[in-house]
Design a protein around this ligand. Structure first.
Ligand SMILES: [Zn+2]
Length: 249
């Protein structure tokens, strides 16, 4: 296990775009079971005034166009509706095989879902105080990675309190003491703590880091509340040894 393997998380995205004809595998926030698909005629988008004013520029290209959209998605199981808003861009897709044609389509990137879609399944036995904070992390993560990471760090604080309410001191000190009784969860939570520091201090947090943070929290909660183990310890070791993300520049 090395830094390169951590960096493969650079290709791991939770901020996935959708197109008029295709929706990523987004789980329904109402039943957490079904998948979402774009409701017919629900997509409205418009080019921003700043973007329109650039059309007269001599170097103008279609990929300069900047849209804003609203849309709604329906669950294929419970028929619950989820509302979404965000940004859009003209995207050029070159032909993949001989005989194919290049084409352009608008890529819509959500900034906000209402209700927030789950970025991982919170185990049934997880205390409500932690579940609530995690849902707020899911809610802000799309628009602001650092805010999502800060919410995740608050969930770490709440989880430590659930595991041992007698602990005090800084988050780092609490995790060091906690590692004596809960070694593996403390190891993963320490990695989230370092990423949270990156998010607060220099704005260098990347999407892959928050994706890793969510995976680490999912792994801890599965271990504690669903008796399922996941192997993220080696990645957490890399973050802990570097006291932050190895992907930071
Ligand atoms: Zn549903």
């Amino acid at each position: 296990m090395n830094e390169q393997q951590y960096l493969r998380y650079l290709s791991y995205r939770f901020i996935k775009p959708f197109h008029r004809s295709s929706t990523p595998d987004w789980k329904c926030p109402h039943c957490e079971n079904g998948l979402l698909s774009l409701r017919k005629d629900s997509l409205f988008y418009e080019e921003t005034p700043d973007s329109r004013s650039l059309h007269s520029h001599p170097d103008w290209e279609p990929d300069w166009i900047d849209y804003r959209f609203t849309a709604s998605f329906e669950c294929n199981k419970c028929t619950g509706i989820t509302f979404v808003c965000g940004i859009g861009n003209e995207t050029f897709y070159p032909a993949v095989e001989a005989g194919d044609e290049d084409f352009e389509d608008i890529e819509f990137i959500p900034k906000y879902f209402e209700p927030a879609i789950p970025l991982f399944a919170i185990p049934k036995g997880c205390p409500d105080s932690i579940g609530k904070i995690l849902k707020s992390a899911f809610s802000v993560a799309w628009a602001d990675l650092a805010s999502g990471c800060n919410r995740l760090r608050v969930a770490v604080e709440k989880l430590i309190f659930e595991l041992d309410p007698s602990l005090n001191g800084t988050l780092h000190q609490k995790l060091e003491v906690l590692s004596e009784s809960h070694r593996e969860p403390a190891h993963l939570l320490m990695a989230i703590k370092w990423l949270g520091n990156d998010a607060s201090h220099d704005g260098s947090l990347r999407e892959c880091d928050l994706a890793f943070g969510f995976r680490a929290m999912e792994s801890v909660l599965k271990d504690l509340y669903a008796n399922e183990r996941d192997e993220l310890r080696d990645l957490a070791s890399i973050v802990n040894a570097g006291r932050g993300s190895p992907a930071r520049t």
